[in-house]
Design a protein around this ligand. Structure first.
Ligand code: PM9
Length: 460
Protein backbone atom coordinates (compact mmCIF):
# COMPACT_ATOMS: atom_id res chain seq x y z
CA UNK A 1 0.00 0.00 0.00
CA UNK A 2 1.39 3.47 -0.83
CA UNK A 3 2.10 5.57 2.27
CA UNK A 4 1.26 8.87 0.60
CA UNK A 5 -1.96 9.70 -1.25
CA UNK A 6 -1.32 11.36 -4.64
CA UNK A 7 -3.55 13.98 -6.16
CA UNK A 8 -4.13 14.79 -9.82
CA UNK A 9 -5.43 17.74 -11.78
CA UNK A 10 -9.27 17.98 -11.95
CA UNK A 11 -9.09 18.45 -15.76
CA UNK A 12 -7.68 16.83 -18.88
CA UNK A 13 -5.85 18.39 -21.83
CA UNK A 14 -7.91 19.23 -24.91
CA UNK A 15 -5.50 21.23 -27.05
CA UNK A 16 -1.72 21.71 -27.02
CA UNK A 17 0.63 24.50 -28.07
CA UNK A 18 4.05 23.48 -29.36
CA UNK A 19 7.11 24.92 -27.65
CA UNK A 20 10.26 26.04 -29.39
CA UNK A 21 13.48 24.38 -28.26
CA UNK A 22 16.74 26.35 -28.55
CA UNK A 23 20.44 25.53 -28.23
CA UNK A 24 22.62 27.02 -25.52
CA UNK A 25 24.42 29.16 -28.15
CA UNK A 26 21.08 30.56 -29.32
CA UNK A 27 20.09 31.34 -25.74
CA UNK A 28 23.37 33.12 -25.00
CA UNK A 29 22.69 35.36 -28.03
CA UNK A 30 19.04 35.87 -27.07
CA UNK A 31 19.72 36.95 -23.47
CA UNK A 32 22.52 39.26 -24.59
CA UNK A 33 20.16 40.87 -27.15
CA UNK A 34 17.61 41.20 -24.29
CA UNK A 35 20.10 43.12 -22.13
CA UNK A 36 20.14 40.25 -19.59
CA UNK A 37 16.54 41.07 -18.70
CA UNK A 38 14.15 38.11 -18.98
CA UNK A 39 11.25 40.57 -19.59
CA UNK A 40 12.94 41.55 -22.86
CA UNK A 41 13.25 38.02 -24.27
CA UNK A 42 11.02 37.06 -27.17
CA UNK A 43 8.64 34.35 -25.98
CA UNK A 44 9.59 32.24 -29.02
CA UNK A 45 13.06 31.89 -27.49
CA UNK A 46 11.63 30.56 -24.22
CA UNK A 47 11.03 26.85 -23.60
CA UNK A 48 9.23 26.76 -20.23
CA UNK A 49 7.83 30.20 -19.39
CA UNK A 50 7.78 30.68 -15.62
CA UNK A 51 8.16 34.47 -15.76
CA UNK A 52 4.73 35.10 -14.29
CA UNK A 53 1.32 33.65 -13.52
CA UNK A 54 -0.21 36.90 -14.77
CA UNK A 55 -2.43 36.46 -17.83
CA UNK A 56 -0.57 33.27 -18.74
CA UNK A 57 -3.24 30.87 -17.50
CA UNK A 58 -5.15 28.27 -19.53
CA UNK A 59 -8.87 28.97 -19.65
CA UNK A 60 -11.37 26.12 -19.39
CA UNK A 61 -13.74 25.04 -22.16
CA UNK A 62 -16.51 26.81 -20.22
CA UNK A 63 -14.53 30.05 -20.27
CA UNK A 64 -13.80 29.71 -24.00
CA UNK A 65 -17.49 29.08 -24.57
CA UNK A 66 -18.13 32.22 -22.52
CA UNK A 67 -16.12 34.24 -25.03
CA UNK A 68 -18.76 33.41 -27.64
CA UNK A 69 -21.39 34.96 -25.38
CA UNK A 70 -19.62 38.31 -25.50
CA UNK A 71 -22.10 41.17 -25.67
CA UNK A 72 -19.96 43.89 -27.22
CA UNK A 73 -22.36 46.72 -26.54
CA UNK A 74 -20.61 49.96 -25.65
CA UNK A 75 -22.92 50.45 -22.69
CA UNK A 76 -24.72 48.05 -20.36
CA UNK A 77 -23.26 44.79 -21.72
CA UNK A 78 -24.98 41.76 -20.17
CA UNK A 79 -21.52 40.35 -19.38
CA UNK A 80 -20.94 43.30 -17.03
CA UNK A 81 -24.01 42.32 -15.02
CA UNK A 82 -22.86 38.70 -14.89
CA UNK A 83 -19.46 39.87 -13.63
CA UNK A 84 -21.05 42.24 -11.11
CA UNK A 85 -23.10 39.37 -9.71
CA UNK A 86 -19.97 37.17 -9.46
CA UNK A 87 -18.18 39.92 -7.51
CA UNK A 88 -21.15 40.21 -5.13
CA UNK A 89 -21.72 36.46 -4.74
CA UNK A 90 -18.13 35.26 -4.40
CA UNK A 91 -16.28 38.31 -3.07
CA UNK A 92 -19.03 40.09 -1.10
CA UNK A 93 -18.34 43.57 -2.51
CA UNK A 94 -21.37 45.68 -3.43
CA UNK A 95 -20.04 47.82 -6.25
CA UNK A 96 -17.86 46.97 -9.26
CA UNK A 97 -15.83 49.15 -11.62
CA UNK A 98 -14.01 47.05 -14.26
CA UNK A 99 -10.54 48.09 -15.46
CA UNK A 100 -8.18 46.75 -18.12
CA UNK A 101 -5.97 45.11 -15.45
CA UNK A 102 -4.86 45.52 -11.84
CA UNK A 103 -2.79 48.66 -12.16
CA UNK A 104 -5.71 50.47 -13.84
CA UNK A 105 -7.69 49.90 -10.63
CA UNK A 106 -4.70 50.86 -8.45
CA UNK A 107 -4.32 54.12 -10.35
CA UNK A 108 -7.96 55.15 -9.94
CA UNK A 109 -8.16 53.99 -6.32
CA UNK A 110 -4.93 55.78 -5.27
CA UNK A 111 -5.99 59.02 -6.96
CA UNK A 112 -9.37 58.98 -5.19
CA UNK A 113 -8.21 58.13 -1.67
CA UNK A 114 -4.73 59.65 -1.29
CA UNK A 115 -3.80 63.29 -0.58
CA UNK A 116 -0.26 64.70 -0.93
CA UNK A 117 1.73 63.94 2.23
CA UNK A 118 -0.32 60.87 3.26
CA UNK A 119 1.14 57.56 4.45
CA UNK A 120 -0.07 54.17 3.24
CA UNK A 121 0.88 51.23 5.44
CA UNK A 122 0.87 47.77 3.88
CA UNK A 123 2.03 44.17 4.26
CA UNK A 124 5.11 44.66 2.07
CA UNK A 125 5.20 46.74 -1.08
CA UNK A 126 4.17 45.58 -4.52
CA UNK A 127 5.81 47.34 -7.46
CA UNK A 128 2.80 48.81 -9.28
CA UNK A 129 0.78 49.32 -6.10
CA UNK A 130 3.48 51.37 -4.39
CA UNK A 131 4.20 53.37 -7.53
CA UNK A 132 0.55 54.44 -7.82
CA UNK A 133 0.50 55.34 -4.13
CA UNK A 134 3.66 57.44 -4.61
CA UNK A 135 2.38 59.09 -7.79
CA UNK A 136 -0.72 60.14 -5.82
CA UNK A 137 1.52 61.77 -3.18
CA UNK A 138 1.80 59.12 -0.45
CA UNK A 139 4.72 57.41 1.25
CA UNK A 140 4.47 53.64 1.59
CA UNK A 141 5.24 52.20 5.05
CA UNK A 142 5.98 48.49 5.42
CA UNK A 143 4.08 47.03 8.41
CA UNK A 144 4.46 43.34 7.65
CA UNK A 145 5.81 41.09 10.45
CA UNK A 146 9.62 40.83 10.58
CA UNK A 147 9.56 37.11 9.74
CA UNK A 148 8.44 38.01 6.20
CA UNK A 149 11.91 39.41 5.52
CA UNK A 150 13.62 36.20 6.61
CA UNK A 151 13.66 33.56 3.87
CA UNK A 152 14.27 30.72 6.33
CA UNK A 153 11.61 31.59 8.96
CA UNK A 154 8.91 28.91 8.83
CA UNK A 155 6.19 31.16 10.29
CA UNK A 156 2.94 29.87 8.69
CA UNK A 157 1.53 33.38 8.06
CA UNK A 158 4.43 35.53 6.92
CA UNK A 159 1.93 37.88 5.25
CA UNK A 160 0.54 39.04 8.62
CA UNK A 161 0.43 42.69 9.63
CA UNK A 162 2.38 43.71 12.73
CA UNK A 163 -0.27 45.84 14.49
CA UNK A 164 2.39 47.42 16.73
CA UNK A 165 4.07 48.85 13.59
CA UNK A 166 0.69 50.29 12.54
CA UNK A 167 0.15 51.77 15.99
CA UNK A 168 3.61 53.38 15.85
CA UNK A 169 2.73 54.98 12.51
CA UNK A 170 -0.55 56.39 13.86
CA UNK A 171 1.25 57.70 16.95
CA UNK A 172 3.83 59.42 14.73
CA UNK A 173 1.71 60.89 11.91
CA UNK A 174 -1.91 60.70 13.14
CA UNK A 175 -4.77 58.57 11.80
CA UNK A 176 -5.99 61.38 9.50
CA UNK A 177 -2.78 61.06 7.44
CA UNK A 178 -3.56 57.40 6.70
CA UNK A 179 -6.24 57.16 3.99
CA UNK A 180 -6.33 53.35 4.13
CA UNK A 181 -4.40 50.24 5.10
CA UNK A 182 -3.24 48.30 2.07
CA UNK A 183 -3.32 44.54 2.53
CA UNK A 184 -2.44 41.89 -0.03
CA UNK A 185 -3.64 38.27 -0.03
CA UNK A 186 -1.18 36.55 -0.65
CA UNK A 187 1.95 38.71 -0.40
CA UNK A 188 3.70 38.44 -3.76
CA UNK A 189 7.07 40.03 -2.91
CA UNK A 190 7.38 37.98 0.30
CA UNK A 191 7.21 34.74 -1.69
CA UNK A 192 3.44 34.26 -1.92
CA UNK A 193 2.97 34.25 1.85
CA UNK A 194 -0.50 34.34 3.41
CA UNK A 195 -2.24 36.51 5.96
CA UNK A 196 -4.20 34.62 8.64
CA UNK A 197 -7.88 35.16 9.30
CA UNK A 198 -7.06 35.82 12.96
CA UNK A 199 -4.67 38.61 11.95
CA UNK A 200 -7.22 40.09 9.55
CA UNK A 201 -9.90 40.10 12.26
CA UNK A 202 -7.53 41.81 14.68
CA UNK A 203 -6.66 44.34 11.98
CA UNK A 204 -10.37 45.00 11.34
CA UNK A 205 -10.91 45.83 15.00
CA UNK A 206 -7.88 48.10 15.10
CA UNK A 207 -8.89 49.86 11.87
CA UNK A 208 -12.43 50.43 13.14
CA UNK A 209 -11.04 52.06 16.27
CA UNK A 210 -9.23 54.65 14.13
CA UNK A 211 -11.87 54.70 11.35
CA UNK A 212 -9.26 53.78 8.73
CA UNK A 213 -10.62 51.69 5.83
CA UNK A 214 -8.93 48.47 4.67
CA UNK A 215 -8.08 48.20 0.97
CA UNK A 216 -7.57 44.65 -0.21
CA UNK A 217 -5.27 43.68 -3.07
CA UNK A 218 -7.17 40.48 -3.78
CA UNK A 219 -5.09 39.37 -6.76
CA UNK A 220 -4.40 35.94 -5.21
CA UNK A 221 -7.11 35.75 -2.51
CA UNK A 222 -8.16 32.16 -3.31
CA UNK A 223 -4.54 31.04 -2.86
CA UNK A 224 -4.46 32.76 0.52
CA UNK A 225 -7.72 30.98 1.39
CA UNK A 226 -6.16 27.62 0.50
CA UNK A 227 -3.30 28.28 2.92
CA UNK A 228 -5.75 29.30 5.65
CA UNK A 229 -7.64 26.04 5.10
CA UNK A 230 -4.33 24.16 5.28
CA UNK A 231 -2.81 25.93 8.28
CA UNK A 232 -5.31 27.81 10.43
CA UNK A 233 -7.15 26.12 13.25
CA UNK A 234 -10.89 25.98 12.72
CA UNK A 235 -10.70 26.33 8.92
CA UNK A 236 -9.70 22.73 8.01
CA UNK A 237 -13.21 21.84 6.88
CA UNK A 238 -14.37 25.17 5.50
CA UNK A 239 -14.55 25.33 1.67
CA UNK A 240 -12.16 27.76 -0.06
CA UNK A 241 -15.20 29.58 -1.47
CA UNK A 242 -16.42 30.46 2.03
CA UNK A 243 -12.96 31.47 3.26
CA UNK A 244 -12.57 33.79 0.26
CA UNK A 245 -15.94 35.37 1.03
CA UNK A 246 -15.03 35.85 4.68
CA UNK A 247 -11.66 37.47 3.86
CA UNK A 248 -13.30 39.92 1.46
CA UNK A 249 -16.11 40.78 3.86
CA UNK A 250 -13.56 41.89 6.46
CA UNK A 251 -12.32 44.62 4.07
CA UNK A 252 -13.83 47.80 2.62
CA UNK A 253 -12.37 48.18 -0.87
CA UNK A 254 -10.53 45.92 -3.29
CA UNK A 255 -8.31 46.12 -6.33
CA UNK A 256 -7.86 43.02 -8.44
CA UNK A 257 -5.54 41.92 -11.20
CA UNK A 258 -7.90 39.32 -12.62
CA UNK A 259 -5.04 37.88 -14.68
CA UNK A 260 -4.03 35.70 -11.74
CA UNK A 261 -6.52 33.92 -9.40
CA UNK A 262 -9.55 34.03 -11.75
CA UNK A 263 -7.66 32.29 -14.61
CA UNK A 264 -8.10 34.78 -17.45
CA UNK A 265 -5.61 36.42 -19.79
CA UNK A 266 -6.62 40.05 -19.25
CA UNK A 267 -8.78 42.10 -16.90
CA UNK A 268 -9.08 43.67 -13.50
CA UNK A 269 -11.41 45.70 -11.34
CA UNK A 270 -11.97 47.96 -8.41
CA UNK A 271 -14.66 46.79 -5.99
CA UNK A 272 -15.96 48.59 -2.94
CA UNK A 273 -18.73 48.76 -0.36
CA UNK A 274 -18.47 52.54 -0.18
CA UNK A 275 -20.98 54.27 -2.43
CA UNK A 276 -19.06 57.53 -2.50
CA UNK A 277 -15.80 55.86 -3.58
CA UNK A 278 -17.80 53.92 -6.17
CA UNK A 279 -19.28 57.09 -7.66
CA UNK A 280 -15.88 58.75 -7.87
CA UNK A 281 -14.33 55.62 -9.42
CA UNK A 282 -17.14 55.38 -11.95
CA UNK A 283 -16.42 58.96 -12.91
CA UNK A 284 -12.64 58.49 -13.17
CA UNK A 285 -12.81 55.23 -15.09
CA UNK A 286 -14.38 56.99 -18.06
CA UNK A 287 -11.35 59.30 -18.20
CA UNK A 288 -8.64 56.63 -18.07
CA UNK A 289 -10.10 53.22 -19.01
CA UNK A 290 -13.54 53.25 -20.68
CA UNK A 291 -17.24 53.43 -19.82
CA UNK A 292 -18.08 52.19 -16.30
CA UNK A 293 -19.75 49.02 -17.62
CA UNK A 294 -16.61 47.79 -19.39
CA UNK A 295 -13.63 49.82 -18.09
CA UNK A 296 -11.22 48.66 -20.79
CA UNK A 297 -12.43 45.07 -21.04
CA UNK A 298 -14.30 43.49 -23.95
CA UNK A 299 -17.69 41.97 -23.11
CA UNK A 300 -16.31 38.49 -23.89
CA UNK A 301 -13.44 38.99 -21.45
CA UNK A 302 -15.86 40.00 -18.67
CA UNK A 303 -17.82 36.79 -19.36
CA UNK A 304 -14.68 34.60 -19.18
CA UNK A 305 -13.74 36.37 -15.96
CA UNK A 306 -17.15 35.82 -14.34
CA UNK A 307 -16.84 32.09 -15.10
CA UNK A 308 -13.17 32.03 -14.01
CA UNK A 309 -14.02 33.52 -10.60
CA UNK A 310 -16.36 30.60 -9.90
CA UNK A 311 -13.75 28.04 -11.06
CA UNK A 312 -10.95 29.69 -9.06
CA UNK A 313 -12.62 29.15 -5.68
CA UNK A 314 -13.08 25.41 -6.14
CA UNK A 315 -11.16 23.24 -3.65
CA UNK A 316 -10.13 20.71 -6.33
CA UNK A 317 -8.69 23.39 -8.61
CA UNK A 318 -6.75 24.96 -5.77
CA UNK A 319 -5.36 21.64 -4.55
CA UNK A 320 -3.86 20.97 -7.99
CA UNK A 321 -2.67 24.56 -8.45
CA UNK A 322 -0.81 24.73 -5.15
CA UNK A 323 0.15 21.06 -5.30
CA UNK A 324 2.16 21.70 -8.44
CA UNK A 325 4.01 24.64 -6.88
CA UNK A 326 4.81 22.56 -3.82
CA UNK A 327 6.00 19.69 -6.02
CA UNK A 328 8.56 21.99 -7.66
CA UNK A 329 9.56 23.56 -4.34
CA UNK A 330 10.14 20.19 -2.72
CA UNK A 331 12.33 19.07 -5.64
CA UNK A 332 14.50 22.16 -5.23
CA UNK A 333 14.73 21.58 -1.48
CA UNK A 334 15.78 17.98 -2.16
CA UNK A 335 18.62 19.33 -4.33
CA UNK A 336 19.70 21.51 -1.39
CA UNK A 337 18.82 24.73 -3.22
CA UNK A 338 17.97 27.75 -1.01
CA UNK A 339 14.35 28.81 -1.47
CA UNK A 340 11.82 30.74 0.62
CA UNK A 341 10.03 28.52 3.10
CA UNK A 342 7.24 27.78 3.69
CA UNK A 343 6.70 27.26 -0.06
CA UNK A 344 4.10 29.74 -1.33
CA UNK A 345 1.34 29.21 -3.85
CA UNK A 346 1.97 31.04 -7.11
CA UNK A 347 5.64 30.23 -7.37
CA UNK A 348 8.84 29.08 -5.77
CA UNK A 349 11.28 31.82 -4.84
CA UNK A 350 15.06 31.23 -4.97
CA UNK A 351 17.08 33.04 -2.33
CA UNK A 352 19.69 34.64 -4.57
CA UNK A 353 21.73 35.97 -1.63
CA UNK A 354 22.28 32.39 -0.46
CA UNK A 355 22.54 30.94 -3.97
CA UNK A 356 25.23 33.44 -5.02
CA UNK A 357 26.75 34.60 -1.71
CA UNK A 358 29.87 35.92 -3.45
CA UNK A 359 27.84 38.64 -5.26
CA UNK A 360 27.07 42.01 -3.60
CA UNK A 361 23.48 43.24 -4.00
CA UNK A 362 24.80 46.12 -6.16
CA UNK A 363 25.67 43.67 -8.94
CA UNK A 364 22.13 42.30 -9.01
CA UNK A 365 22.43 38.64 -7.93
CA UNK A 366 18.81 37.75 -8.67
CA UNK A 367 18.87 39.43 -12.09
CA UNK A 368 22.07 37.53 -12.84
CA UNK A 369 20.63 34.23 -11.64
CA UNK A 370 17.47 34.57 -13.76
CA UNK A 371 19.69 35.13 -16.83
CA UNK A 372 21.86 32.09 -15.95
CA UNK A 373 18.82 29.82 -15.55
CA UNK A 374 17.61 30.94 -18.97
CA UNK A 375 20.99 30.27 -20.56
CA UNK A 376 21.16 26.84 -18.96
CA UNK A 377 17.71 25.63 -19.92
CA UNK A 378 15.45 28.06 -21.76
CA UNK A 379 13.36 28.35 -18.57
CA UNK A 380 12.29 31.97 -18.01
CA UNK A 381 12.00 33.28 -14.45
CA UNK A 382 11.82 36.78 -12.93
CA UNK A 383 14.01 38.94 -10.68
CA UNK A 384 12.30 40.09 -7.44
CA UNK A 385 15.06 41.90 -5.62
CA UNK A 386 16.94 45.17 -5.81
CA UNK A 387 16.05 45.85 -9.46
CA UNK A 388 12.31 45.40 -8.75
CA UNK A 389 12.58 47.51 -5.58
CA UNK A 390 13.72 50.60 -7.57
CA UNK A 391 15.00 53.85 -6.06
CA UNK A 392 13.87 55.97 -3.14
CA UNK A 393 12.23 58.97 -4.81
CA UNK A 394 13.56 61.39 -2.16
CA UNK A 395 17.23 60.29 -2.05
CA UNK A 396 17.62 58.72 -5.49
CA UNK A 397 19.40 55.75 -3.85
CA UNK A 398 18.55 52.12 -4.60
CA UNK A 399 16.16 50.54 -2.12
CA UNK A 400 18.09 47.56 -0.72
CA UNK A 401 15.38 44.97 0.02
CA UNK A 402 16.29 42.21 2.47
CA UNK A 403 14.81 39.76 -0.01
CA UNK A 404 16.85 39.22 -3.18
CA UNK A 405 14.82 36.63 -5.05
CA UNK A 406 14.27 34.86 -8.33
CA UNK A 407 10.63 33.95 -8.75
CA UNK A 408 9.81 30.72 -10.58
CA UNK A 409 6.14 31.39 -11.22
CA UNK A 410 3.64 28.74 -12.20
CA UNK A 411 0.85 29.66 -14.64
CA UNK A 412 -2.45 27.95 -13.80
CA UNK A 413 -3.37 24.76 -15.70
CA UNK A 414 -0.54 25.20 -18.24
CA UNK A 415 2.46 22.99 -17.48
CA UNK A 416 2.88 19.37 -16.40
CA UNK A 417 4.85 17.80 -13.56
CA UNK A 418 7.52 16.86 -16.17
CA UNK A 419 8.06 20.55 -16.92
CA UNK A 420 8.63 21.03 -13.20
CA UNK A 421 11.19 18.17 -13.19
CA UNK A 422 13.13 19.74 -16.09
CA UNK A 423 13.04 23.12 -14.36
CA UNK A 424 14.33 21.79 -11.03
CA UNK A 425 17.13 19.85 -12.72
CA UNK A 426 18.24 22.89 -14.74
CA UNK A 427 18.41 25.02 -11.59
CA UNK A 428 20.41 22.28 -9.87
CA UNK A 429 22.99 22.46 -12.70
CA UNK A 430 23.32 26.24 -12.26
CA UNK A 431 23.65 25.68 -8.51
CA UNK A 432 26.56 23.32 -9.11
CA UNK A 433 28.47 25.93 -11.12
CA UNK A 434 27.33 28.89 -8.99
CA UNK A 435 30.84 29.98 -7.97
CA UNK A 436 31.72 30.89 -11.57
CA UNK A 437 28.70 33.22 -11.94
CA UNK A 438 29.56 36.94 -12.19
CA UNK A 439 27.23 39.92 -11.71
CA UNK A 440 25.70 42.56 -13.99
CA UNK A 441 25.69 46.33 -14.34
CA UNK A 442 23.07 48.68 -15.77
CA UNK A 443 23.40 49.96 -19.33
CA UNK A 444 19.91 51.50 -19.30
CA UNK A 445 17.66 52.31 -16.36
CA UNK A 446 14.10 53.59 -16.96
CA UNK A 447 12.50 55.94 -14.42
CA UNK A 448 9.39 53.92 -13.54
CA UNK A 449 9.13 50.19 -12.73
CA UNK A 450 12.67 49.78 -14.02
CA UNK A 451 12.67 45.96 -13.83
CA UNK A 452 10.39 45.73 -16.88
CA UNK A 453 12.68 47.49 -19.35
CA UNK A 454 16.15 47.88 -17.79
CA UNK A 455 19.16 46.60 -19.71
CA UNK A 456 22.38 45.18 -18.29
CA UNK A 457 25.75 43.81 -19.32
CA UNK A 458 28.00 41.30 -17.55
CA UNK A 459 30.71 42.65 -15.30
CA UNK A 460 34.03 41.71 -16.83
N1 PM9 B 1 1.67 41.10 -10.78
C1 PM9 B 1 3.28 39.48 -11.43
O1 PM9 B 1 3.94 38.93 -12.31
C2 PM9 B 1 2.47 41.21 -13.14
C3 PM9 B 1 3.74 41.83 -13.56
S1 PM9 B 1 4.91 42.36 -12.36
C4 PM9 B 1 4.35 43.97 -12.01
O2 PM9 B 1 3.26 39.07 -10.25
C5 PM9 B 1 -0.32 42.24 -7.27
C6 PM9 B 1 -0.19 41.51 -5.98
C7 PM9 B 1 0.26 41.74 -8.42
C8 PM9 B 1 0.16 42.49 -9.64
C9 PM9 B 1 0.81 42.08 -10.81
C10 PM9 B 1 -0.58 43.70 -9.60
C11 PM9 B 1 -0.75 44.53 -10.84
C12 PM9 B 1 -1.13 44.13 -8.44
N2 PM9 B 1 -0.99 43.41 -7.30
O3 PM9 B 1 -0.27 43.37 -13.69
O4 PM9 B 1 -1.60 45.45 -13.63
O5 PM9 B 1 0.92 40.60 -8.36
O6 PM9 B 1 -2.76 43.31 -13.74
O7 PM9 B 1 -1.64 43.92 -11.70
C13 PM9 B 1 2.45 40.60 -11.76
P1 PM9 B 1 -1.56 44.03 -13.28
Amino acid sequence: MPTKKSWAEPWKIKMVEHLHMTTKEERIKAISAAGYNTFLLKSRDVYIDLLTDSGTNAMSDRQWAGLMLGDEAYAGSRNFYHLEKAIQDFYSYKYLVPTHQGRGAEHIFSQILIKEGDFVPGNMYFTTTRLHQELAGATFVDVIIDEAHDTSSTHPFKGNIDISKLQKLVDEVGADKIPYISIATTVNMAGGQPLSMANLKELRKWADKYKIPIAHDMTRVAENAWLIQEREEGYENIPIKDIVYEICSLTDHATMSAKKDPIVNIGGFLATNDEDVYRQAQNMVVVFEGLHTYGGMAGRDMEALAIGIEESVSDDHMQARVGQTHYLGQKLLDFGIPIIVPIGTHGVFLDAKKFLPHLEQDVFPAQTLAAEIYIESGVRTMERGIVSAGRNKATGEHYYPKLELVRITIPRRVYTQSHMDVTAEAIAVVYERRNSVKGLKFTYEPEYLRFFQARFEPIK
